[in-house]
Design a protein around this ligand. Structure first.
Ligand SMILES: C[S@@+](CC[C@H](N)C(=O)[O-])C[C@H]1O[C@@H](n2cnc3c(N)ncnc32)[C@H](O)[C@@H]1O
Length: 327
């Protein structure tokens, strides 16, 4: 007799409910309200300005998922929500949940269409200024871990000037320059993002050592005179052929010996592991027509565009660094 259980189907199908419950609790400010003390249901409802019945629905779902604990008649944050979602620590993932709730979640409604047409349904390039801020601050929040790991795990002391291409709001450059006082940095980004980046860099002491250049990687001149180029979470915007063009374009702007640092969700050759990367291929496809790539594919770009593979360094979670050297 076949004893296969349907559990995998049910667990996976319920994934969207878990996500949306978490996003809604974050938007309501549930974890912030519980940051300082446990609250009863009525206190919580009053603080959230919602009815008791719906406060119970969101709070109990969060208990079931492990984001809250309920003791007697009081709710409290669990350790994970107190650390990352209460707004009380520097490790703040609230902007990341806002990004996925406001931008990614609506885009995923169009996954089938993107799969059928092999195209993005609505590109990140169409974001209005408010959405752009939510997007860029959300990416910066979720990349904070690998961004802080990079200067710990890769030795920048051989370098003089670092150019971060598609560098967001400077989330990778800031920890690098903080750790290496001899370095200067350049942030190259689309004009809509440089507007957000100016605020983030102005608020950081190393911001004054970072020059901001607005431009498009494929349309505008890539700044010269840098000996380390970062492409963090950028190649997944493009297909294989477009990345060949990108690697070729940037190779023309550096001298032999310069390094290119490709930070991304590198997969196994079958693109099935890590799980998070295999899922993120859907995010990149629906949002910008992009994809995930294996380390072998990165080595293929290097071979064809004047770079030599040097090493791979795991950073944090599913994010790792593939290093190339200009030959
Ligand atoms: C996923 S974000 C990564 C940001 C940052 N590098 C990080 O890892 O946290 C990708 C960035 O690439 C930028 N980008 C995409 N296409 C670009 C292009 N053609 N020219 C310049 N920047 C581009 C986007 O504006 C976006 O900020």
């Amino acid at each position: 007799m076949n004893d296969t259980s349907p559990d995998l189907i049910l667990q996976t199908a319920a994934g969207f409910m878990m996500s949306k419950h978490l996003f809604a609790a974050n938007e309501l400010g549930l974890f912030e309200k519980l940051a300082d003390q446990p609250l009863t249901l009525d206190e919580l409802a009053k603080d959230l300005s919602i009815p008791s019945r719906t406060a119970r629905i969101t709070a109990d779902a969060m208990v079931a998922l492990g984001f809250l604990e309920k003791q007697d008649d009081r709710y409290r944050n669990s350790s994970v929500s107190q650390t990352f979602l209460s707004g009380k620590t520097p490790a703040d993932l609230r902007p990341f949940l806002r990004f996925w709730n406001h931008i990614s979640y609506p885009q995923w409604l169009h996954l089938e269409e993107a799969l059928r047409t092999n195209r993005a349904v609505r590109g990140d390039v169409d974001l209005d200024p408010d959405q752009q801020r939510i997007f860029s601050e959300g990416v910066a929040a979720i990349q904070a871990g690998p961004a802080h790991a990079l200067p710990e795990k890769y030795d920048f002391s051989r370098h003089r000037k670092v150019l971060d291409l598609g560098g967001g709001v400077g989330e990778y450059l800031m920890p690098i320059l903080d750790r290496y006082p001899q370095l200067e940095g350049t942030l190259f980004e689309l004009p809509s993002v440089t507007e957000v980046a100016k605020d983030a860099l102005a608020a950081n002491p190393v911001g004054s050592r970072i020059n901001i250049v607005a431009g498009d990687l494929f349309e505008d001149a890539i700044p010269e005179d840098h000996d380390a180029l970062i492409l963090a979470n950028v190649v997944h915007y493009f297909d294989y052929a477009r990345n060949l063009e990108l690697l070729r374009r940037i190779r023309e702007r550096v001298l032999a010996g310069a390094r290119v640092l490709l930070v991304d969700f590198w997969t196994n050759p079958q693109h099935t592991e890590p799980l998070f990367a295999a899922l993120m291929a859907g995010e990149f496809l629906t949002s910008v027509g992009g994809d995930v790539f294996s380390e072998e594919e990165a080595k293929g770009w290097f071979r064809e565009t004047g770079w030599e593979y040097v090493q791979t360094i795991p950073l944090e979670g599913p994010i790792s660094l593939v290093v190339g050297k200009a030959i």
